[in-house]
Design a protein around this ligand. Structure first.
Ligand code: ADP
Length: 246
């Protein structure tokens, strides 16, 4: 097995005596579409929160590429280490064009120098073009982002996260509210993204997980209950008992 991109060891997140994450050992490999599932309250959101630094681990270690320790870093520092999260609600700039949204995301990555500089380098232009193609919005590049369909807004935001070139992208229910067509396109997009980086997704839609997962982690009561392919998950008796209720 290759070295994990991210490794959590014995992580605890304690909210005033309640352990939302309890001694969790968990790792994320590169080039995998990795889903986290589990019943409500299992600790899935807290897992994403603790990885991106929104919530601090009470105990344990979170390592990136086997060396950089993230558990003591701020949310901002963690983003700069290469972990990016897209939340459920879109946070695009609706009054700006699609392409301008991508340019802003690019500027965030490049920092102050690029804001002062009027022109884009060839490399930067190519990257923006690559993103437009990846999300299939090249024809609507000059439309206002606010006028896009729900799915298109979500893809734009994924591209805004990707343009920062993270090692891991964390997604929170990326297909919520999408039509069947949008859902399929999102699945293809995620598969494409995983060719270059690690993708960790919290998802409730089991059909979607079944279709696109390389690895599925089942959480229960802040712990890892089982991990494997979706087929293994579905056939596991512990999972059936606590998660599927049979
Ligand atoms: P999931 O995403 O799997 O539904 P969460 O990670 O949101 O689960 O929550 C796990 C448990 O931790 C739940 O019982 C929830 O009520 C609790 N919890 C989450 N955040 C907090 C918090 N800030 N303070 C206290 N309890 C919390």
């Amino acid at each position: 097995m290759t070295q994990p991109v991210l490794k959590l060891a014995k992580v605890i997140v304690d909210f005033s005596g309640f352990k939302a994450i309890n001694q969790l050992d968990f790792s994320v490999q590169p080039n995998r579409v990795h889903f986290v599932i589990g019943p409500n309250g299992a600790g899935k959101t807290t897992l994403l929160d603790v990885i991106c630094g929104k919530t601090r681990a009470t105990q344990g270690n979170i390592q990136l590429h086997g060396k950089r320790e993230l558990s003591k870093m701020s949310e901002n520092q963690i983003v700069h280490q290469g972990i990016a999260r897209k939340f459920q609600a879109p946070s695009i700039f609706p009054q700006l064009k699609v392409i301008e949204n991508l340019e802003i995301a690019m500027k965030q990555k490049k920092g102050l120098f690029s804001i002062l500089r009027a022109k884009w380098t060839k490399q930067e232009k190519d990257k923006i073009e690559e993103m437009l193609n990846l999300i299939g919005l090249e024809k609507v590049r000059n439309e206002l982002a606010g006028s896009l369909a729900h799915g298109q807004k979500q893809w734009l935001e994924i591209a805004m996260v990707l343009i920062q070139e993270p090692d891991i992208i964390l997604l929170d229910e990326p297909i919520a509210g999408m039509s069947k067509k949008e859902r399929d396109k999102t699945g293809e997009l995620i598969t494409q993204i995983a060719k270059e980086r690690a993708v960790l997704i919290v998802e409730h839609d089991m059909d979607f997980v079944k279709e696109y997962a390389d690895v599925v982690t089942v959480m229960h009561e802040g712990q890892l209950l089982f991990e494997g392919s979706m087929e293994q998950v579905q056939n596991n008796s512990k999972v059936r008992e606590v998660y599927l209720g049979r």
